[in-house]
Design a protein around this ligand. Structure first.
Ligand code: ACO
Length: 342
């Protein structure tokens, strides 16, 4: 693989200065489809109630993509907003890593659609698939590219139209999910030494294929030639989620040489209010430092973490230089966490 001259120059000067190259979040953005579906709307479709959904999940409403509005459309809008927040033009981007379980097409990657619509004609664009953990996986991949000098500026996107793979007759799953997209611009910068610099401090990823049957889609190109629909053993997923997420947050903080006392904000995957609270409690984190959007976004899979991050940066809660932990878990199982100094 050829390394571009700017990246080589940066690597050389970083090495000369004895500095660490870090991936700094230069801006973030998000997009939600216009249509809002409330719990009351769902109660007209399946045997459920607003009371049950709020009590068991914390969800009040979710956004649903319009007919003809695909994952790439949501991703492009979130990316444009992230670039605007970073004060950058699209042509500086030389890497797009897009996390989705609901791509526009079986191939090519939805990331290449985004690349084309943003007018980017260089670098690499590809998708990663880790379902609800997708954004953490994509962030880890892009961070490694930047730290190795193989790219300078990455768009890391989580975008989903999960409504397209829901069984709208299955009340145990269809009430849980929504559509949306979030993106961050990741820029290679030079740190001055661990662990006080801005940027991604650590990422930790895990998977365990033995848990496949607890959360999966019933179809796939090579097995059924259809996308299938979501199936889940909710209570078992719930138990695994609280345990694995607490573990991986502790592991990632240890990797950054930090403890939970150093954390300013937790931006968790927004699957269920009770999972979010359970993880926070296990880690002894104050509830007011945990960003919660599940009430108005529901579970948007790979989009949930960057959607929540963008909301908390946008309303001024998350400030520059603060330590943010992002965590997520999803089908596979996959799970992971990232520690970032903003
Ligand atoms: N409305 C009304 N009743 C319902 C609904 C509904 N939408 N869904 C299920 N029920 C019923 C069940 O049929 C069951 O009835 P029964 O007792 O007569 O059999 C009863 O409610 C209790 O069902 P449980 O599944 O035991 O309810 P639980 O309290 O575990 O809540 C839930 C279910 C919300 C799915 C929970 O287990 C959960 O959130 N699990 C985590 C799963 C998750 O968020 N996955 C997302 C992807 S993975 C991730 O992101 C971490």
């Amino acid at each position: 693989m050829s390394i571009r001259p700017a990246a080589l120059k940066r690597e050389a000067s970083a090495a000369a200065a004895g500095a660490t190259v870090r991936s700094v979040i230069a801006g973030c953005g998000s997009y939600l489809p216009e249509r809002i579906m409330t719990n009351h709307d769902l109660a007209k479709m399946v045997d459920t109630s607003d009371e049950w959904i709020v009590e068991r999940t914390g969800i009040r409403h979710r956004h649903i993509a319009a007919e003809g509005e695909n994952t790439s459309h949501l991703a492009v809008k979130a990316s444009e907003r992230a670039l605007a927040a970073a004060g950058m033009k699209a042509d500086v981007v030389d890497l797009i890593v897009l996390a989705t379980a609901t791509p526009d097409e079986t191939f090519p990657a939805t990331a290449t659609r985004v690349q084309e619509r943003l007018g980017i004609v260089r670098g690499a664009a590809f998708d990663v698939q880790a379902v609800c953990s997708g954004f953490i996986y994509a962030l880890a991949v892009a961070d490694n590219f930047l730290r190795l000098g193989q790219a300078d500026t990455a768009l890391v996107i989580g975008a989903e139209t999960f409504s397209r793979i829901l069984d709208w007759k299955d009340r145990s799953t269809c009430v849980l999910f929504g559509d949306g997209a979030g993106a961050v611009v990741l820029k290679a910068g030079q740190g001055r030494g661990l662990p006080t610099d801005r940027g991604v401090l650590t990422t930790k990823l895990h998977s365990d294929g033995r848990q496949h049957d607890l959360l999966y889609a019933t179809g796939g190109v090579s097995s059924t030639r259809t996308a299938g629909v979501v199936r889940m053993d909710g209570p078992k997923v719930f138990k695994h989620a609280v345990e694995r997420l607490a573990e991986v947050v502790e592991e990632s903080l240890a990797g950054a040489g930090l403890t939970s006392a150093d954390v300013d904000w937790v931006v968790p995957h927004q699957a269920n209010r009770r999972i979010i609270d359970g993880v926070g409690k296990k880690l002894g984190l104050p509830a007011e430092r945990v960003v919660v959007t599940v009430d108005h976004h529901a579970n948007t899979s790979a989009a949930s973490v960057p959607l929540a991050l963008t909301e908390a940066v946008g309303d001024g809660r998350i400030q520059r230089d603060e330590v943010v932990v992002m965590e997520a878990m999803g089908g596979g199982f996959t799970w992971g966490a990232a520690v970032v100094r903003m």
